[in-house]
Design a protein around this ligand. Structure first.
Ligand SMILES: Cc1cc2nc3c(=O)[nH]c(=O)nc-3n(C[C@H](O)[C@H](O)[C@H](O)COP(=O)(O)OP(=O)(O)OC[C@H]3O[C@@H](n4cnc5c(N)ncnc54)[C@H](O)[C@@H]3O)c2cc1C
Ligand code: FES
Length: 363
């Protein structure tokens, strides 16, 4: 079996979609004390086209300011009649708390079309083991991948390793229980604290737990997907590597970025100086000057150029453009594959011009 497409950094260049849609909220379900799922009606006369593992960008107005955030689809395009996302509160977070507190059935939410590369192609002839490592809200894209695999690939198996604070914070606990009725699905819960009887590992996810999980996996025929808080993802990546899992069978999706901490450094980075750049978007050409502490996207938006974006953290690729000339520095390139980087693609939301001849084409 070939694994050429599994490693994120070796992905094919993906199609970037930047269209907008307005979807009506069909139902809101409180999943845990601090997480809810939002189920949308289908667009009028159509079925939303998306791949398991992709995300929607929610665009909402909070306190008079337009905010955009990415939320992975937890529904499967094969088994769920309606697309859905799940949102977990982040302490002090603007949008996650707004959605948890304010969204109800019948509301209409502005969204950007599904996007993202954290996905896999399903085929009925596949006979593989999909191993999913999730932590907290990182379960969302994994749920979609799990449901689609079980539905589309009768000979494939799914193992989910899911780490949470306690039983009460397990998002989709009931749905996961129901999926366990399928002999091809296995779940390993890891809980920091156990309050009552519950089959799980107590404590934090560890290399030992991952090693035990791998005892039931034919690694040569497996694909691994990781999504969760940064320490949990780092631990899983290093454990899989130490346990001999080849990098190109492992894919990951981050919800938080390292780009924020780079911002302060850039202001004092002698390499970065104010430079005029050219951005070509939708056939129009824009010229503006980017200061060392600004990103190419940020300045474009300040200049009223209606550029596409979502996470503004270099994770989602919604802002992706191709650098036609010159050089840029990216604070974060997590969202791009190696192929995309080699082809000159950049993420303007975390990019700064390094030369005076930067031309970026977006869309
Ligand atoms: C591709 C992608 C898919 C995503 N899918 C989901 C999803 O399915 N469900 C979901 O709940 N979230 C998801 N997120 C995260 C989501 O987009 C927001 O970042 C999150 O809801 C926080 O937004 P906020 O406006 O509440 O916080 P902000 O106001 O943006 O941030 C407040 C503070 O919290 C920190 N912070 C931001 N996000 C997190 C986080 N996830 N964990 C810990 N600290 C954080 C920030 O650094 C900041 O200090 C996804 C992110 C990406 C890039
Ligand atoms: S807006 Fe998400 S990568 Fe730039």
């Amino acid at each position: 079996m070939a694994f050429g497409l599994f490693k994120k950094k070796e992905n094919k260049v993906s199609e970037v979609k930047t269209g907008f849609l307005n979807l009506k909220v069909k139902e809101v379900i409180r999943e845990t004390e601090d997480a809810m799922s939002i189920h949308f009606e289908q667009p009028e006369g159509e079925t939303l086209s998306y791949k398991s593992g992709q995300f929607l960008t929610v665009i909402v107005n909070v306190n008079g300011k337009e905010e955009r955030r990415a939320y992975s689809l937890c529904s499967s395009p094969y088994t769920d009649a309606y697309p859905a996302v799940a949102v977990k509160r982040v302490e002090g977070g603007v949008v996650s708390n707004y959605l948890n507190d304010s969204i109800s059935t019948g509301d209409t939410i502005k969204l950007m079309e599904p996007n993202g590369n954290f996905t896999t192609e399903f085929a009925s002839e596949n006979n593989r083991h999909i191993v999913l490592f999730g932590g907290g809200s990182g379960i969302t894209p994994l749920m979609s991948i799990a449901k689609s695999t079980l539905d589309q690939e009768p000979n494939s198996k799914v193992t989910l390793v899911y780490a949470n604070r306690n039983k009460e914070s397990i998002i989709f606990n009931e749905a996961i229980k129901e999926m366990s009725a399928d002999v091809r699905f296995d779940v390993v819960h890891v809980l920091e604290a156990i309050t009552d009887e519950f089959e799980c590992h107590e404590g934090y996810l560890s290399q030992e737990i991952i090693g035990n999980v791998l005892k039931g996996v034919d690694v040569s025929n497996a694909e691994f997907f990781i999504c969760g808080p940064t320490p949990m993802m780092d631990l899983t990546l290093s454990s899989l590597s130490a346990l001999g899992v080849p990098d190109n069978q492992v894919r990951k999706e981050s919800f938080v970025s390292a780009a924020d901490s780079a911002k302060e450094d850039n202001a004092n980075d002698g390499e970065l100086v104010a430079r005029e750049i050219t951005v070509i978007y939708d056939g129009d050409e824009y010229k503006y000057t980017v200061e060392p502490d600004e990103t190419i996207l940020e300045k474009g938006l300040d200049e009223d150029v209606d550029l596409p974006f979502s996470c503004q953290s270099g994770l989602c690729t919604a802002c992706r453009g191709k650098c036609l000339s010159g050089k840029v520095k990216m604070d974060e390139d997590e969202g791009l594959s190696e192929a995309e980087i080699n082809e000159g693609y950049v993420l303007p939301c975390v990019s700064h011009p390094l030369t005076d001849d930067v031309v970026i084409e977006i869309g």
